[in-house]
Design a protein around this ligand. Sequence first.
Ligand SMILES: Cc1cc2nc3c(=O)[nH]c(=O)nc-3n(C[C@H](O)[C@H](O)[C@H](O)COP(=O)(O)O)c2cc1C
Length: 425
Amino acid sequence: MRTDDGALRGRRILVAASGSIAAVKTPLLVSGLVQAGAEVRCLLTPSAEHLVSPVAMATLSRHRCYRDQDQWDPGRSRPLHIELAEWAELMVVAPLSATTLGRWSLGLADGLLASTLLACERPVLAAAAMNTAMWKHPAVQANWQSIQRLPGVIPLSPTAGLLACDRHGDGRMADPIQIELAAAVLFSRHEGELSIDRSWLGRRLLVSAGSTLESIDQARLISNRSSGRMGVLLAQVARVRGAEVELIHGPLQVPQAWLEGLDCESVESADQMQQALHRRQEQASALAMVAAVADLRRSGGGLLSKPPKSDLPQLLEQGWEPVPDLLEGLVNRRPPGQRILGFAALTGSDEELLLRGGEKRLRKGCDLLMVNPIDRVGEGFGEDNASGWLLGDGLQQRVPLTSKLALAHDLLDALAEGLATPTSC
Ligand SMILES: Cc1cc2nc3c(=O)[nH]c(=O)nc-3n(C[C@H](O)[C@H](O)[C@H](O)COP(=O)(O)O)c2cc1C
């Protein structure tokens, strides 16, 4: 499962792999990008060629795969590294080895990939991969910090897990689905304009997403249809734009790889979600309450074992209380300067949404409220698109049907307005 909002359709992406064993996953990335409609060219370093076949890359990208020896083809009138750097709208280095990282950060144009990286004036997504000790080495860390000071570099740090060297630790390349999502984030802003916006660098965003569960008894549940798609995409867009993101989520129906790079805490009930949000609220520059919290919970505590089906109608009629409004509670205890965005899933006409949404925002007191309909085909819960109204103080903006990725960019722009300038950029 991936985004299908057309952000990558017709986009020119150069995918390069250097000599990490994670290069065995690069063909999956190429295949995913091609299926999403991107035009892809591939490049392998000599070390990467030992680990992944140029034929596989050529076949999956529907184009020849470039290698170091192609630079020296006498039939070529322009240097290949310049042609590739100018052709690409986005360059993706996945995996990025310690050696290629070192060349890049030191400005060494040694080989086709290193030359292309230095010649590239477009955004570069860099997905490092290596053994944990290599990754922690001060020289590697210094190089990793150094490339992040270059304009247009979007770093995808390795994740933790079991490595091919049998060690558990940081070093795994970002999942191909995660890399594809990061590319879609970059292309999804304002009708396809390529964004290298890092305006959230130095800021911390706290996001809630998904549904919550309330027990009827020890087996049965009350919940809702929220998939968590909007909240997780908002969190990932903020991350690609430089934010540190904490995600408190109930059950989700999104690819596991979409959670990479986020500081995640999984909860079930509204009460657990509230506790997690309260614990983390103080440190956040802004908060986006996207989760669809269940409205009712059993009063009095203590779960009934599992009454027979015939007792259910009576059971569902008594012993329930409304769940406290989490958003309102968060607004009431927020630290100075913190901005809060809420979501309201409603049904009805545009006029009804506007009216009921406006009342809701005033009652809850949040800075922004995104009111979106969930009773229209192709948008809302679990879909790629959304529409509605963005409401705030003096703000009443109609949001036409748009991809959730593009909407996330717009919401982050609105949320950042009025935030203090980050101190640690
Ligand atoms: C089987 C194997 C796996 C390797 N995996 C990695 C790796 O995950 N990350 C890394 O930085 N280097 C790794 N190396 C070392 C690089 O291949 C080596 O440093 C090489 O010079 C990288 O060159 P390149 O960046 O031009 O591709 C590996 C080497 C071998 C033989």
